[in-house]
Structures are given as structure tokens and as C-alpha cells.
Write a new protein. Structure first.
Length: 319
């Protein structure tokens, strides 16, 4: 049975495994789970959310049997150094991992309007492929809120992801760090890699944009995240546009784009790919001329496998 470990702070004491029957009753109290830590807080809401997430991280075998992809699902909270607010991320631990051996990380960044649970629970091709590839390679699966629904990898979101990586490095023996995402998350993956190339060993962008200077959708959300409009803080938009920093992409890179995508047009990513290829041979571009704003399971898996396998096979640069 999949062990669900809802957590408020990573420092919290070990939580006992919770049975499916207990979840269905939704009658667990804080006293039963946390002892003196949360003596009177009801656990019903968190338990329901964690259980719902667990129901979506399984894989159906050829015989129809459902196999859990990960051993443990944890919802973690932390105090952000950026502004002292409480932020969250989900960690899914592969089967057989004890914490003593080195492990690589798959960081999955959700799209606009979603949160940390999108890549954990949604059955859509991009999300399912990310879970399955991470599980197949025995990777730690990490899905951050990174300021949730309107992130666009602004300064606060960027700082949170850096903090999460630092926290994971303190807790585990981290080998490779792969950053991926879809739509806004695909944009965020490119932005984060351009800003912090030494923290990233591979990047997968599914239907993202590489140019936020020219991108004209979700303007209000992006302005809120970036601290102003293009006219007010033009340097922030350029700083977070990966197209202007192709030299940062020395790590394996894979992108998926659709020629008929009118939500996040593909042009800037295709230009970025063209420039990165002049310096980096470990690049894969899956462009579908008739494709829209989504990537199917097969293309998502192909992109992810390319980056993960290439990153794991490369000699790790000296830090």
C-alpha cells in the first residue's frame, strides 16, 4: 500500500501509515497523527487531499492490476526566505529508496491556474509521462507550488525553487536535478535553467515560451509576478526570457511545441533551440506543425527520457 505522509514542516516527527479505510472515514484528528505537535487540529481536509493525490500516482499493468509508482507521497511546507510566507511542495519517493544512496530529482512545474498537485494527480499525457519516467529511473519526484496559479517563475517563485533544491541537497545525496514543466511550467523550466544553470542538469519544456518580452497572454498575472508591466520593469521580462541566454543551456535540453498553439506560440522556443544547438549537441526538439497547446503521452515521454538518460550518462561537471 502507498504510504501517504502529509507534512506541515519537514522537521515534523514521523507520521504513521494511514489506511485506505481510515481515509474514507475522514475521522483522524491531529492528536492521533501528530501527538503533541497538533493536539486538537482536525486532519480531515489534508487527509482527503493527500488520498486523492495517491489515487492518481498509480500505473495500471497489462493484467489490469494497479501498481503504485511511488512508495511515499509527502506534502511539505516551508517558510520562504524571500518573504517569510508559508509555501508548499510535494515529494514522491520511489520504491526501495532508503535515503542512504544517491538519488536524482525530477522537478515538475505546473501550468497557469494549477498548483503543486497537477503533476501529481492529473492523468493528462504530460503529467502521467513525467511520473512514469521519474518512477522508472527511481528518481525523487518533486512538484512545487512555486507561488501557485500565476507564478510565471517571477522572483518569488525562483527563490522558492532555489530554496527547495538547497533543502533537498541537505536532506538527500542528490545526483542529478532535472527540471521540467508544461505551458507556464515549461516556460518556468527554461527561465530557471537560464538563471541557474549550475543547479540544473537537464531541462524539459513542454509547450512553453522562451520570450516573455514579446509574449502577450496572461499579462496581468505576469505583471503581478514580475513586480510590474513590461513598460515598468522591462529588465525583469528580459532577464526571465530564456531566448536571450542560449549560452546558459549547456545541459541536455528537450522541448515540445505545436505549430497551431495560439496559447503559447512556439516561435521563441524554436529560435532558442536553433541557437543552443550551435553550442550543445544534446538537444531534442519535438515540433508538431499541426499540434496545439498540449503534448501527448508519447512525445512527453520521449522528451523526458532523452533528457534523463543523457543527463545520467554525462560526467557530472565539477561544482
Amino acid at each position: 500500500m502507498l504510504a501517504i505522509v502529509p507534512q506541515v514542516f519537514v522537521k515534523a516527527t514521523t507520521v504513521p501509515q494511514i489506511s485506505k479505510r481510515q481515509f474514507s472515514k475522514c475521522q483522524l484528528t491531529g492528536r492521533q497523527l501528530w501527538g503533541p505537535l497538533w493536539q486538537s487540529i482536525r486532519f480531515t481536509v489534508v487527509a482527503f487531499v493527500a488520498f486523492a493525490a495517491a489515487e492518481c500516482v498509480g500505473q495500471t499493468t497489462a493484467t489490469g492490476e494497479k501498481k503504485e509508482l511511488f512508495a511515499v507521497v509527502e506534502d511539505r511546507a516551508f517558510v520562504a526566505k524571500f518573504d517569510q510566507t508559508e509555501q508548499h511542495y510535494v515529494v514522491m519517493t520511489p520504491h526501495g529508496f532508503t535515503g542512504d544512496s544517491a538519488i536524482s530529482i525530477m522537478i515538475a512545474l505546473h501550468g497557469h491556474g494549477s498548483d503543486r498537485w497537477q503533476f501529481v494527480r492529473q492523468p493528462r499525457g504530460e503529467c502521467r509521462a513525467t511520473r512514469e519516467v521519474a518512477a522508472a529511473h527511481k528518481m525523487l519526484f518533486v512538484s512545487p507550488d512555486y507561488r501557485a496559479r500565476t507564478s510565471w517563475m517571477g522572483p518569488a517563485a525562483e527563490a522558492d525553487v532555489v530554496q527547495i533544491i538547497q533543502a533537498l541537497r541537505k536532506r538527500y545525496k542528490i545526483d542529478r536535478v532535472i527540471v521540467c514543466g508544461g505551458s507556464m511550467g515549461g516556460t518556468g523550466a527554461l527561465t530557471f535553467a537560464a538563471l541557474h544553470p549550475k543547479l540544473v542538469d537537464g531541462v524539459v519544456s513542454l509547450n512553453g515560451t522562451a520570450n516573455l518580452v514579446d509574449y502577450d497572454k496572461f499579462s496581468d498575472a505576469i505583471a503581478e509576478s514580475f513586480g510590474g508591466s513590461r513598460a515598468e520593469v522591462p529588465e525583469e521580462y528580459r532577464k526571465r526570457s530564456a531566448e536571450f541566454y542560449p549560452e546558459a543551456f549547456t545541459m541536455p535540453l528537450a522541448t515540445t511545441t505545436g505549430g497551431k498553439d495560439d496559447v503559447v506560440p512556439p516561435d521563441s522556443v524554436l529560435r532558442l533551440i536553433e541557437h543552443v544547438r550551435k553550442r550543445n549537441e544534446n538537444v531534442l526538439s519535438l515540433h508538431r506543425p499541426n499540434g496545439g497547446h498540449s503534448t501527448d503521452f508519447e512525445d512527453s515521454r520521449t522528451a523526458l527520457e532523452f533528457v534523463v538518460r543523457t543527463a545520467l550518462a554525462r560526467e557530472k561537471p565539477q561544482e
